[in-house]
Design a binder for this molecule. Structure first.
Ligand SMILES: Nc1ncnc2c1ncn2[C@@H]1O[C@H](COP(=O)(O)OP(=O)(O)OP(=O)(O)O)[C@@H](O)[C@H]1O
Ligand SMILES: [Mg+2]
Length: 395
């Protein structure tokens, strides 16, 4: 049941670090829907004011002092997890959006374009079902190169979770997206419809855009005819994933292998990232490069899991120990090379419906442990030589 988070129907708002013009825009946008302060609070006074007023919403300006706005967020969240943080900026700078998400901001708005979003954020702040702890887990699956198996793993992992959890696969591969094809469903509604209505999306509307597979896996799919679209921006992706995570216990994001704004944002907001690699030199090399990139973006190592797909121990050119010494971290899981995988894809079936006892199906079953904090099985390692790393690292 939905509970009111505030004693009144008007959200109390504290505004930090914005100039009078932006303050005017906020006032114009929120009208009587929020109890607004007369003026903006300075960054240095923010914590004291927030402690005193315990507002439903804090709107922090990013243009005057971006670093201060970032520094304040975790402190505000630590003091009162219910306070909804909204970042306000004059431009949607992708680096700032990612930094905002990492710091704990729930929305990133540029006025007047995002007026509806700001109103909605304020409205939801007083009718929320509790805090962030009610959000589902976002698991981002990212291939280190094309064809690594991200869609195959996203769909089949979701199917493993679906008997006990509400799960939605989000197809964020805007250039190739084939989640619907893997599930053998012609999408009558899709990500395109959602993007057109994103300014007013809520959990109820989201249900109208997802397709439902008999396995109970839901999917926010790309349309059959991919449209020519400009790169989808970080704040858009953030909004999509936040909405899905509010409705589902698991949001499995198929990012494909592209290094674009959508995948970087999904990696930033994810609770876990499964970095999927093929067991070959280009795949491992790119895994190493992606790991470096994720580190540069400030994404904690313990959120990242390396999965080697199509692993064939008997035929592998190198051992897992080789791979680990080359990527300088452990391999968290392997999924066996399995002809049933290709068959399942070609037939538009889940792997377990083709052969539920095949090696890859068993491996995907144990991947569930990785995303639900259980133990997982990785094939026993044997030490081996490492010669080929020097080919790509120069080391
Ligand atoms: N474990 C496996 N064993 C054998 N074949 C596999 C395995 N995993 C995936 N495949 C095959 O690899 C193909 C590519 O997989 P998939 O489409 O999931 O990769 P992707 O990373 O999503 O690729 P893209 O970059 O095109 O989005 C599949 O059609 C499937 O036939
Ligand atoms: Mg794919």
């Amino acid at each position: 049941m939905r509970q009111a988070g505030s004693t009144s129907n008007v959200a109390s708002v504290v505004v930090i670090g914005v100039d009078p013009r932006a303050m005017g825009q906020i006032r114009e946008t929120l009208g009587t829907e929020a109890a607004l302060p007369g003026q903006s609070t300075k960054y240095e006074d923010a914590l004291g004011v927030i402690r005193k007023l315990r507002p439903d919403v804090v709107i922090a300006g990013f243009d005057q002092d971006f670093e201060e706005a970032i520094r304040l967020a975790p402190q505000i969240v630590a003091e009162n997890g219910r306070t909804r943080l909204v970042a306000l900026a004059a431009h949607a700078n992708p680096d700032h959006i990612r930094a905002a998400m990492r710091a704990g901001y729930r929305e990133f708005v540029v006025l007047p374009d995002d007026a509806e979003l700001l109103r909605q954020a304020v409205h939801e702040a007083i009718y929320q079902e509790g805090g962030d702890e009610d959000h589902g887990e976002v698991v981002t699956i990212w291939g280190s190169k094309g064809g690594a198996g991200s869609t195959f793993l996203a769909v089949n992992l979701a199917a493993e979770l679906s008997p006990v959890h509400r799960v939605c696969v989000v197809d964020l591969d805007f250039s190739m997206g084939d989640v619907a094809a893997f599930l053998d469903i012609q999408p009558t509604q899709s990500m395109s419809d959602l993007l057109r209505n994103l300014h007013k999306i809520d959990e109820r509307m989201l249900a109208g855009y997802v397709i439902v597979h008999p396995s109970k896996v839901h999917a926010l799919a790309q349309p059959t005819d991919l449209e020519q679209r400009e790169e989808v921006k970080g704040d858009t992706v953030m909004r999509i994933l936040t909405t899905v995570a509010r409705s589902y216990q698991y949001c499995i994001v198929d990012c494909g292998s592209r290094l674009d704004e959508a995948s970087l944002t999904a990696a930033t907001v994810a609770d876990r990232i499964l970095l999927v690699s093929s067991p070959d030199v280009p795949g491992i090399k790119n895994t190493w490069r992606r790991l470096q990139l994720l580190e540069r973006l400030g994404i904690e190592r313990n959120r990242i899991h390396v999965v080697i797909n199509r692993w064939d121990r008997k035929d592998a050119a190198f051992t897992l120990a080789d791979v680990e010494s080359n990527i300088q971290r452990k391999v968290d899981a392997t999924v066996s090379f399995d002809r049933a995988a290709a068959r399942s894809v070609n037939e538009g079936k889940l792997l377990r419906d083709v052969d539920k006892k095949c090696p890859a199906a068993r491996d995907i079953e144990s991947l569930v442990g990785l995303v639900t904090d259980g133990e997982i099985a990785v094939e026993k390692r044997t030490a081996g030589p490492m010669g080929w790393f020097s080919r790509f690292s120069g080391g």
